[in-house]
Design a protein around this ligand. Structure first.
Ligand code: ADP
Length: 324
């Protein structure tokens, strides 16, 4: 019988909790006497044969660290069959029979392509701050990103209040408004603009005006970078042209991708990675390991990008009520 040997890599955008996932893959495999290799720089390391054995001590003291000890990368060559052929040869060279990829939907496309072409098993773990993957309620890193954005919003609110200003705060989310919605609700924002819901700036200005008439002198509007109303700069110019508000902008940017993972992300990453090793041992492949309602769910990789995870409409309605 062929022995299972696991390879693990992180790919695409990094997210807090990836290290906790790597650690859990290694420790679970070790418990089951399965060797594990770490692949550096995502698929690039697979093509360049940048592969090292990992032991339980290699993953000591990393559960609390943001980023990824394996590094991550975007790799053009992996889009080509030639690149994937090289990657497969290097997997064979190390005897790796099961690959665990921690990343977003782009990384899952790559894993699916490899599995379609070669006799290799592979599972995906949802590692992205955007929380936009179908098949899991939360992705690894989302909770930390929301908390990082909230810490920034709390500070900005102090200044907004001191100076009687309107702040537009841009958060990440080119295609998904999860970070925007959750930080907007948690930060008590007066407005939340996300790609999933139609944005009406006229209505927003009217709401601000009504607030001003009630004596509200400062406000915070959270804007997801993918909102159809435009960039925070466009929205600032529009509001200043039509109202007396003095508008300031804060773009939170990459700080949302880094930092110490929250307890929630550490637990989620550990559990999903632990389950991924068990699932590989049971012969599962071409699936993402996610969690819905506290239950582990395996979703075919293709579904994770073909099906859209809807934003919770109850949260949208509630946000509207609470910000009025
Ligand atoms: P994420 O996983 O965070 O969505 P990317 O979209 O940048 O990040 O994808 C990460 C990597 O996955 C890419 O650099 C590439 O190597 C690989 N990849 C993405 N899409 C494909 C595809 N259609 N075929 C093969 N590999 C892909």
């Amino acid at each position: 019988m062929n022995q299972t040997i696991i390879g693990v890599l992180t790919s695409g955008g990094d997210s807090p909790g990836m290290n906790a996932a790597i650690r859990a893959v290694v420790r679970t495999a070790y418990y089951h006497r399965i060797p594990v290799y770490g692949i550096h720089h995502g698929y690039q390391g697979l093509i360049d044969n940048d592969i090292i054995p990992l032991t339980p001590t290699s993953v000591s003291n990393i559960i609390n660290r943001g980023g990824t000890i394996l590094k991550t990368a975007r790799c053009k060559q992996f889009h080509d069959p030639e690149g994937r052929k090289k990657a497969y040869e290097n997997l064979c060279h190390h005897g790796i029979t099961g690959l665990i990829v921690i990343g977003g939907d782009g990384s899952f496309h790559g894993l699916h392509a490899l599995i379609e072409e070669y006799p290799i098993k592979g599972l995906g773990l949802p590692g992205t701050i955007d929380n936009d993957l179908y098949g899991t309620e939360y992705t690894i890193g989302f909770d930390t990103a929301v908390n990082t954005a909230l810490a920034a919003i709390d500070k900005i609110r102090d200044t907004a209040t001191s100076h009687d200003r309107l702040f537009l705060i841009e958060v990440m989310g080119r295609h998904a408004g999860y970070i925007g919605l959750h930080t907007g609700i948690g930060g008590g924002a007066e407005g939340i603009l996300i790609p999933e819901t139609p944005t009406n700036i006229t209505n927003l200005m009217q709401k601000l005006e009504e607030g001003a008439q009630r004596g509200k002198k400062s406000s915070i509007i959270v804007v997801a970078e993918g909102d159809e109303a435009g960039t925070v700069i466009d929205i600032k110019e529009h509001i200043e042209r039509h109202t007396n508000w003095e508008v300031r902008i804060s773009i939170l940017g990459h700080q949302q991708r880094g930092g110490t993972p929250t307890g929630f992300d550490r637990l989620l990453a550990s559990r999903l990675a632990y389950e991924a090793v068990l699932a590989l041992l049971q012969g599962e492949s071409d699936k993402m390991v996610g969690m819905i309602n506290q239950t582990i769910v395996l979703t075919p990789l293709m579904e994770t990008w073909m099906k859209k995870k809807p934003i919770d409409p109850a949260n949208v309605t509630m946000a509207d009520v609470l910000s009025s």
